[in-house]
Design a protein around this ligand. Sequence first.
Ligand code: AHG
Ligand code: MN
Ligand code: MN
Length: 339
Amino acid sequence: MSQQITVTEHLLLHQKQVPMATGRFTRLFNELILSAKLIHREVSKAGLVDVLGFTGDINVQGEEVKKLDEFSNRVLIHRLSRCGALCAMASEENADIIEIPDGLPTGDYFVIFDPLDGSSNIDANVSIGTIFSIYRRKSPGDSRLLASDYLQQGSEQVAAGYILYGSSTMMVFTTGDGVNGFTLDPSVGEFLLSHPNIRIPEQGNTYSVNEGYYHYWDEPTLEVLAHFKAAGMTRKKPYSLRYIGSLVSDFHRNLIYGGIFMYPADSRDPSKPSGKLRLMCEAAPMAFIVEQAGGMAIDGVNRILDIVPQHLHQRVPLFVGSKKDVEQVRAIYEKARQA
Ligand code: AHG
Ligand code: MN
Ligand code: MN
């Protein structure tokens, strides 16, 4: 540890290099780090204490809420409310904007998070995560918060990252200057820089998608799938299929080894024509990270970071990962669009 940089040291060094960064941003980040440690502690006790299973509630997404979803959401809201850097926040679990309670200091940043991602995996002790995305409000800090202050396109993100509660707990993030990964050393309670300047391989050997929905996909999506199955024959090296069902874990594996994660639109539920994943708290932060690591993220044809959200919980098809693999997907959808 004596030789290693902690995430806080890394931020302080970074803060000196970026003139617009203020101590407030570091305070916001420190609350994210503390929240991650608190969630890590609870996740690592799952099975021993009563944190598994459902609360009995249904969230704004129409999904059953797990006890750890609720715990993680509560921790993040409580900690972030107190950092003094936020004008408001939003969560996958809350229908509306979460205001900073009266009497607490505020600031110019807006954060949106998925408190616990991959919660269907919790009870089976499979890796899960937390995703966050940070923007800066556009209107003056002393005026009323406008929808345009938080419905910003992903390219406006100031920072984005995730915490992966896996075989070790890791925090991976970007502030627009590359991607770095920090691993929690539980013996000292610090995230230490373990993966400096992460670069995703230009092409991968893995595709990740829930193929169980095959019968709900349109023709171009079936062609995308056929491409990854057949590509192995032409390159004489088949792609492997890996699908955990936790975006953070699937994304992280592909970030390190190369590959593509796909959650296409499907016809399962007419009320969700754009697939399942949420633009603001899932797709946009992953898109920012992957682009900063040299990869790509699209909704089929459009760059995810160019999409201006119409509402907080908007869903979007997502194809994210190694550049050449995502380009192949775009070529297939483009061809279908022009036909
Ligand atoms: P969440 O647990 O935050 O609702 O997100 C679950 C998401 C994502 O993590 C994963 O990639 C996807 O749901 C899996 O969905 P399917 O079970 O439909 O494959
Ligand atoms: Mn999620
Ligand atoms: Mn979630």
